[in-house]
Design a binder for this molecule. Structure first.
Ligand code: UD1
Length: 422
């Protein structure tokens, strides 16, 4: 298995281009199943999760062609000839469950394996199921598979989510575009990826209002047509690379970044003493002198601080002046990076969903293991400022969500290399 070796190399400077959002692309791709006309996505990220979704859609009969080195995905779901999303593909990635709503809406039936994905918590699907059932679907769990059917077609309904789940909002939103009548989603997720999905669906002819707020109203239509849609900027990749100069010092401009995508995160960076400026090309981040100040962080649904940046923020706070408290409110088991950061000299106490980070003067390089997608990149960030060599193993987690990590960080002066495993 490949490893990444990072050696603390002082301040960073230059530019990092930010890719299209993995999480947006993973919900935009299944939207192809809603129409028999082509859907083309531009600004797609080059990631193994996108390959997994391509494999899944292809297994259902969709055609997915990757063009321009993977940045354009041309999809057609003219002939959907299989309605079973198999465990062997779904177990690799939880977002595979996003084919359920579109297949049910288009075909009237779907069989979808319960998903796998990052081992960061239980991550059930009850909210997806309740939402689709409220629209008239009948769903049963048999042998690890959800068997869903809507014999009389899906019907509009008012659905109030008990928690603003991103995936459940996306699945039900897609299904509702082809349902009969009006669907109202209350306590819907407000993430930029939901707005991006709604924008794409509107360009396919869907009637949707209120995305980006907690109440989304969808007026069902008979059919959706083809469209071309650019994937929104990846706010998690953006936040991750904004942390590189914050941790190592220096000044880096993240191209394509926008404050509106990461405001709550930027608030915390500024409290920690990092300078952030919006430019015409993106977000410029500078850490000039002095130690980072300790800050407390609580993860919340958007527009709150994103859980997907908690591990990376922890890497920054490991060397802050003082004690920071990080509360994880979205996933119950998302501190697996803490023991690895401790191997690098960090001082972190984890009690349930709370991590208390006592800032130390300096981290030291060590062999560490990536345990999930965001944890893996937090170890690389920590390595940028550590003394000596940090060797990160199990980097396949990283490949799920970050394209060209080595190239992007090398480009701003980091000392980083990937060693091919056997
Ligand atoms: C999405 C993102 C993921 C991010 C997360 C929260 C994608 C592909 N993934 O994941 O990177 O960390 O949003 O911002 O977009 N829950 C239930 N029942 C359900 C669904 C969810 O209890 O039916 C719980 C989950 O266990 C979790 C919480 O709700 O504790 C958040 O999950 P959700 O918002 O659904 O996240 P995902 O869509 O899985």
């Amino acid at each position: 298995m490949d490893q990444i070796i990072v050696t603390g190399n002082g301040e960073l400077s230059g530019e990092i281009p930010i890719a299209g959002a993995k999480n947006a692309c993973l919900t935009l791709m299944p939207a192809t199943l809603l129409s028999d006309e082509p859907l083309t996505l531009t600004n797609a990220p080059r990631l193994s999760d996108i390959k997994t979704m391509t494999e899944l859609l292809s297994s259902l009969g969709a055609e997915v062609t990757s063009l321009q080195d993977g940045q354009v995905l041309a999809m057609s779901s003219h002939d959907i000839n299989n309605h079973v999303a198999d465990y062997d593909i779904v177990r690799k990635m939880r977002a595979s469950n996003l084919v359920l709503g579109p297949m049910l809406a288009r075909l009237g039936h779907a069989v979808v394996s319960l998903p796998g994905g990052c081992a960061i918590g239980a991550r059930p699907m009850d909210l997806h199921i309740h939402g689709l059932e409220a629209m008239g679907a009948e769903i049963e769990l048999k042998d690890g598979y959800l068997h869903a059917k809507a014999p009389g077609g899906l019907k509009g309904a008012t659905i109030e989510f008990s928690f603003a789940s991103v995936g459940a909002t996306e699945n039900v939103l897609m299904a509702a575009t082809l349902a009969k009548g009006t669907t109202v989603l209350k306590n819907a997720a407000r993430e930029p990826e939901i707005v991006d999905l709604a924008t794409c669906l509107r360009s396919m002819g869907a009637q949707i209002e209120g995305d980006g707020t907690s109440t989304i109203t969808i007026q069902g239509v008979d059919r959706l047509h083809g469209a071309t849609h650019p994937v929104v900027t990846d706010r998690i990749e953006l936040g991750t690379y904004m942390l590189a100069p914050a941790i190592a010092g220096g000044e880096v401009e993240c191209l394509g970044g926008k404050l509106s995508l990461v405001q709550s995160f930027v608030d915390k960076l500024e409290q920690a003493g990092v300078e952030v400026t919006e430019t015409e090309r993106g977000l410029k981040v500078a850490r000039r002198n002095g130690r980072i100040k300790a800050v407390d962080v609580t993860t919340e649904p958007f527009p709150g601080f994103p859980t997907d940046l908690q591990a990376q923020m922890m890497a920054l706070l490991c060397t802050a002046d003082g004690t920071s408290v990080l509360e994880e409110k979205i996933f119950e088991n998302r501190f697996m990076h803490a023991p690895e950061l401790t191997r690098m000299g960090a001082s972190i106490d984890v009690q349930g969903g709370t991590a208390t980070v006592h800032g130390v003067d300096q981290l030291k390089g060590a062999p560490v293991m990536a345990t999930d997608l965001r944890a893996s990149v937090s170890l690389i960030l920590a390595g940028l400022a550590a003394e000596g060599e940090t060797m990160v193993s199990r980097v396949y987690h990283l490949d799920r969500g970050y394209e060209h990590v080595v190239r992007k960080l090398e480009g701003v002066g980091a000392k980083i290399e990937r060693i091919k495993g056997s």
